[in-house]
Design a protein. Structure first.
Length: 280
């Protein structure tokens, strides 16, 4: 039996540490400057002691962003939109993955190929006809254009779930057939419980993609009460200037939900990544 060499390579360890520091540097700089005044951000030195740190007005930037600029409302809007859109993505993609992996019908390969081709189509190509459809449906200035499309398509998630469902032993499918289960019952009671890890991974990916989306909120939302987090950040920028201390503070607040989601769900991402690499 082969054994795993658990010795740590010093060179590899140093390279990992350097790469990690480079990756985390922008976040540390952003967090540091959220405790700075606008005048002190671009003073000499990259890492310097923030001028608001450990003072009575230490959280002044956060109070302004949350209170004056209504950032708490924007965060709740984004959480609502991203949760429903991600849930819809999981429902549709698990159904699509099950159909393409375990059901045969005429033209299934053609349909699946066409679905994968949509991954190569930039969103900028389809955004104009999509906007026209939403306008005809009278959905402008509502959350529907940001939620409903996730219930209608998901090429990446369908592909990922199809690959996973193909790894599930045929014995489970045969057992369901013997018990007289139809396709719907097999999906609900046999295949869906087996895909918790990839489904959670897909939910997190879809949540992050929807959370970071700026194009669609800018097109579909004009009422300030409906703004998302990304759209709210644009308030701190004008054509010729930006309120950098408030922009960086808002950016810190905008990534906190993503960090929390990742911390609690990282084990599902790891499980999904490991299981996707196992065949047979």
């Amino acid at each position: 039996m082969s054994k795993i060499n658990n010795k740590v390579n010093p060179i590899r360890l140093v390279l990992i540490i350097i790469a990690s520091l480079i990756a985390i540097f922008p976040f540390l700089w952003m967090l540091q400057n959220s405790f700075n005044t606008e005048q002190n951000i671009f003073s000499k030195g990259i890492f310097k002691i923030p001028d608001l740190l450990f003072k009575s007005n230490m959280f002044e930037n956060y109070k302004i962003v949350i209170g004056k600029y209504n950032f708490g409302r924007y965060t709740l809007n984004s959480i609502f939109i991203c949760s429903l859109a991600s849930l819809g993505q999981v429902i549709i993609c698990t159904l699509g993955g099950f159909v393409f992996a375990r059901m045969t019908f005429r033209g299934s390969k053609v349909v699946f190929t066409l679905l994968l081709i949509t991954l190569m189509v930039p969103v900028q190509v389809t955004i104009i006809p999509e906007y026209y459809i939403m306008m005809k449906l009278n959905w402008l200035d509502t959350f529907l254009p940001l939620i409903v499309p996730s219930f209608l398509a998901g090429a990446f998630g369908t592909f990922m779930l199809k690959e996973y469902f193909e790894q599930i032993p045929d014995a489970l499918l045969d057992a369901g057939i013997i018990d007289g289960a139809n396709a719907w019952k097999m999906y609900i009671y046999i295949f869906l419980p087996q895909c918790s890890a990839p489904a959670a991974t897909l939910f997190i990916i879809a949540f992050m993609n929807n959370w970071n989306d700026l194009l669609r909120p800018m097109l579909y939302l004009t009422k300030e009460s409906l703004y998302t987090v990304t759209l709210g950040l644009t308030q701190f920028q004008s054509q010729y200037s930006a309120k950098w201390n408030l922009l960086l503070t808002g950016s810190v607040l905008s990534i906190l939900p993503l960090v929390i989601v990742f911390i609690f769900a990282q084990k599902y991402i790891i499980e999904g990544s490991v299981s996707s690499g196992i065949k047979g």
